[in-house]
Design a protein around this ligand. Structure first.
Ligand SMILES: [Zn+2]
Length: 109
């Protein structure tokens, strides 16, 4: 597995070291490479969209509102970027009403 690092930790700004993220998630992630999984009490690597499959680490709640972690990496990543923050939940509720969320290809409980 290739390790990718943020600029602040010696990484590069080449395309293969970048991932699309909104400003708030990007700020939450900062330059963290690992996070705490409160279920197992372990410090684990955060999800790397360049090297890992989203569906192996995350699933939507049955109503599509909450993103849930399937693995320690998934749970730690959700926690560190606070992906289920209230403002995001309000946006998701509206998108669900418009049948635009979650994506049809994403797994749900
Ligand atoms: Zn975001």
């Amino acid at each position: 597995m290739q390790h990718v690092f943020p600029l602040s930790l010696g990484g590069e700004d080449s395309l293969d070291n970048l991932a699309l993220a909104c400003f708030i998630c990007n700020n939450g992630l900062s330059n963290y490479l690992s996070g705490f999984d409160s279920t197992t009490g372990e410090i684990v690597p955060l999800f790397n969209p360049r090297e890992q499959k989203w569906q192996e680490h995350f699933i939507w709640s049955s109503d599509g509102l909450f993103l849930l972690g399937l693995t320690p990496t998934g749970r730690a990543t959700i926690e560190i970027i606070d992906i289920n923050r209230e403002r995001t939940l309000r946006i998701r509720r509206d998108e669900i009403l418009l049948d635009r969320h979650p994506p049809k290809t994403d797994p749900r409980l």
